[in-house]
Design a protein around this ligand. Sequence first.
Ligand code: FAD
Length: 339
Amino acid sequence: MTDVAIVGAGPAGLYLAHLLDQQGISYRIFDKAQHLGTKACSGLYSPRIEEFVKLDPSWIDHRVSGALIRNNGTVIRAEKKNWHAYVVSRKKMQQGLIRQWKIPIEQKQIETLLIENNVCLKTRDETISAKLLVGADGSNSLVRRHFKVAVPETINGIIALVPETNTGDKVELWVDETLKDGFYWKIPRGKQTEYGAMGTVQFSDLEKRFNLSTYEKEAAIIPLGLIPTAFNRTLLLGDAACQVKPWSGGGVIFSFTCAKIAATTIANALAENRFDEAFLKEQYDDVWKAGVGKTINIGLLFRGLYRDASPEEITALFKALTTTDLSALDMDFPDGFGF
Ligand SMILES: Cc1cc2nc3c(=O)[nH]c(=O)nc-3n(C[C@H](O)[C@H](O)[C@H](O)COP(=O)(O)OP(=O)(O)OC[C@H]3O[C@@H](n4cnc5c(N)ncnc54)[C@H](O)[C@@H]3O)c2cc1C
């Protein structure tokens, strides 16, 4: 029997596997996908990404120095001197990390689970036993559904990649009443231009907004909210745990931050032979919610206020922010919490 079974080899599952490797903890990691790294993702990361991964230069499409956030005629400039955010190819990074960290992914779909005196996972042709289970299986997590935990809100994230060279150094965002529960964006990717949106939005809206005809499509669901993430012998991690920024849909930095807490929890659980929900909640759920969770909570609060505000109130807020110095704004922890 392995110590840990990880379902999902997205960024969250991969990073956790790497941390377990470093601690000499045995694990097996499963992913149903034949080709990894194809999930919709802009790959826009603050330099904080380098606290977790060694970025290979070949994974970086481009760099930007800030964002222009537009509301009707008003523009807020969130930009930094001597600073950048990376625009990374999700596919190259995910596949590169698998090679760099030598993660032994088994291409298997977990179909059912049974959790009693240990964890028992079933694929089409195998039964796998483990002491602990980590559901890093994304926004439609089977592991989360097993515990009958509902996600408070899900929205669409859509991307249109156009083969237009774009070496601009700002991301552009459009926040206005045309998309009340989200926003549109344009990201320079060097050899490509990315147009995207999150919210209640379809590709036809994106086409109209940016006058698009031929493009490469990517789409995925973004889960939002705060949910329980520790159960008997089980942790949820990454999108499965809704560890996602409510203001941008970004989840990679949060999932890496929480994976560190999950790795410590797993080491302690194995050392103390404690796999019960109370222990895992205290070690994992309570700890990440005291950091990343606070930031998510404040983001959810602002998301609610924004949704309820009138277009006039939003325009007034934008006008006020044009004279505010946003050069110190942290794109991961704008509230100053975190770790
Ligand atoms: C349009 C869009 C743009 C985004 N842009 C950014 C961005 O710029 N920056 C950022 O930080 N985040 C961004 N995100 C969010 C980011 O992509 C996610 O937060 C991140 O992928 C979550 O990683 P994960 O490992 O938790 O889940 P995933 O990447 O979804 O990985 C889950 C894995 O689990 C596997 N799986 C699922 N079920 C099973 C099963 N039953 N058996 C075996 N395997 C299974 C899947 O095949 C998948 O590979 C964006 C999201 C969208 C939709």
